[in-house]
Design a protein around this ligand. Sequence first.
Ligand code: ADP
Length: 230
Amino acid sequence: LQAEKLTSLGLLAAGVAHEVNTPLAVISNYIQMLAKQLPAGDARQSLIDKIVKQTFRASEIVNHLLNFSRTGAAEFQPVSLNHVVEETLSLLKHPLRTGHVQVIRNLSPELPAVLGSGNRLQQVFLNLFLNARDAMPSGGMLEVRSTSYNGTVEVEVTDTGAGISGEDLARIFDPFFTTKATARGTGLGLSVSYGIIKEHAGKIEVRSTPGKGTSFRLEFPTATGKVVHA
Ligand code: ADP
């Protein structure tokens, strides 16, 4: 009974979160349009900044609710990371194209499944791909490679963007660490991704050369030999 109650509360939370997120995104878009119409140095800019900040804050709270409602090992099932990658790329088709980001797929056709939640893993790739795009303001290449070896599935996401300084590299997984403008970055993408990867018994590693690009390597245990459903 307790579990059932939790599930329906979770569904309710997810539904509410989704319903609230959509108008928040619309508010945020219009406010950013208004901000662009203000002459430089206009005192009203600070009012707009406050609205943007609070809209982001509301959206963060809602996203936490959404994440919270999705937790629970019960939802874990064998998932194809190739499929998650493809789905995420197709969601981002438009922003990647307008950002002149060329996508290179190097996906192993025989990739074993991992045990997890497709929704939450999608959030990880969404964050990685959008960060890659943001790191390449005048375009570049985004390569996604997947492979597997002794019980491990590996996905590597590489961009030809600005790269990350040694000093920043130590902080990118910290909640609220961002080098982006307030209206663009919350600094939550990588910390939330890190949490999701840990939840999937995975690992994430980053390598970066300033001026050349960045590569995130993700590792997960394969689902085979792990699925012990009665
Ligand atoms: P946000 O995207 O909101 O800033 P994240 O937690 O996703 O938050 O990222 C934190 C910071 O890590 C970014 O602001 C950026 O400085 C750095 N970063 C993440 N991914 C990349 C990348 N692919 N290339 C360069 N810098 C990156």
